[in-house]
Ligand binder design. Structure first.
Ligand SMILES: [Zn+2]
Length: 412
């Protein structure tokens, strides 16, 4: 077999394997950085920026072997100055160029499809560096809790235990944030286990209340504590009072960015836990305006692509969710007989002449579920729909209870 054939062969094999795997990204924090290591990392991001901007300002440079580039010109005000690339590894340089090529290809495709696209511009900051090849540009040492990055050295890390031993580790990205440095490792996990076991139940309806509470049709209520922190407000006040251009102001800015990042992380985490829990059901039914409430609760900035992207993620994440039209008045309707009631916001319980008595939000979630799966009230009553089962309670406590910012309560 020739080398080209061997490569083709192994790509084919990987493609086959990926069919039974799902990608998961793990965030690993670089910790206990010595001053020297912190400097090296800072330098790496700076050099990545120099290299990127050097390539972007003249795309013909992409034809050169990027791994051999040792010196680049950097624009300083109106003149160009030479800079040496000393801390970036050769493969990492190649991967930066490859990523740029990928972006250009994607842009060309968008243009082809009639989208308006601009040119790639030089960047003011680069805060991620690709580490594509596991074993070449980076490697993980699970026994010693370390990551080794080409040419940058070895770093102590926090969070390696999250990666299961049978995971197949692929690419990573080195990320710089106000709170520190991270690597985001993509690993492929087998899906055979996740699919076959641990489905909690068939379908579930979700009602999104005015008070930003989720109520599920089985009686689980989920509440969030994701507001801006007092510390954030305090820092904002301090910033307003600080002198423009002062060192103190810069310091407060940095602390503010860190606080924002923390809140964002909490929201993202809460959101992921909810999705993980809902995924345990075969079908999740929600109303169209659910997506709007979701964005308001978790923050739009969590998804750069906005509401559209979130919708796509809901569709991908939840197994066959059925949107119920937003104009369907679900909160005023009796689940058992379909009769309309006039409930004020103060009425917490719906009590119907037909004998049905239920918490108002749980009733709404049940109506959403019933409509979503296309049943009339009498069909639904005949349905044997058991109340909250012990495994559901357990799973809710295990998944949702892990976040201190989520409160779960059980009705009945
Ligand atoms: Zn009724």
């Amino acid at each position: 077999m020739t080398k080209a054939e061997r490569i083709k062969n192994s790509l084919q094999k990987t493609k086959e394997r990926r069919k039974t795997q799902r990608p998961v990204v793990f965030e690993i924090k670089l910790q206990n950085l010595s001053r020297k290591k912190a400097e090296t990392l800072k330098k790496a991001f700076l050099e990545a920026k120099w290299l990127y901007n050097w390539l972007v300002s003249d795309l013909d440079r992409l034809n050169l072997p990027a791994n051999k580039v040792g010196t680049v010109e950097v624009k300083v005000e109106d003149a160009f100055e030479e800079r040496q690339l000393v801390v970036l590894g050769s493969q990492i340089k190649q991967e930066i160029a490859d990523r740029l090529k990928d972006n250009l290809r994607a842009l060309a495709k968008l243009k082809q499809n009639g989208h308006k696209v601009g040119r790639l511009k030089p960047k003011k900051f680069v805060n991620s560096v690709p580490l594509k090849q596991y074993g070449v540009t980076y490697s993980l040492d699970f026994a010693r809790n370390r990551v080794r990055i080409q040419k940058l050295g070895s770093f102590r890390v926090l969070g390696l235990h999250q990666i299961p031993p049978d995971a197949e580790i692929a690419s990573a990205v080195l990320v710089g944030r106000p709170s520190g440095y991270y690597i985001h490792v993509t690993a492929y996990l087998s899906t055979t286990f996740a699919n076959s076991s641990c489905k909690l139940g068939e379908d579930i309806g979700v009602d999104f209340g005015v008070d930003s509470k989720f109520t599920l049709s089985n009686g689980i209520k989920i509440d969030f504590e994701l507001h801006e922190t007092p510390r954030l407000k305090q820092l904002q006040r301090k910033l307003a009072k600080s002198e423009k251009g002062s060192k103190n102001r810069r310091k407060i800015r940095h602390l503010l960015r860190r606080e924002y990042e923390k809140i964002k992380g909490r929201r993202k985490d809460a959101q992921n836990k909810i999705l993980a829990f809902l995924k345990l059901y075969e079908k999740v039914v929600f109303q169209e305006d659910f997506v709007k409430g979701w964005a308001a609760l978790f923050g739009k900035q969590v998804y750069s692509s906005g509401i559209g992207g979130l919708k796509a993620r809901l569709r991908n994440s939840l197994v066959a969710p059925i949107p119920v039209d937003r104009f369907e008045p679900t909160s005023q309707e009796c689940y058992a007989c379909g009769k309309r009631h006039k409930l004020s916001l103060a009425d917490r319980v719906i009590k119907c002449d037909c004998g049905w008595t239920c918490d108002r939000d749980v009733n709404a979630a049940r109506v959403i579920l019933r409509k979503g799966i296309g049943l009339s009230p009498d069909q639904a009553v005949g349905l044997d729909r058991p109340e909250l089962k012990p495994p559901e309670k357990k799973a809710a406590a295990r998944i949702l209870g892990m976040s201190p910012y989520i409160r779960v309560s059980f009705l009945q």
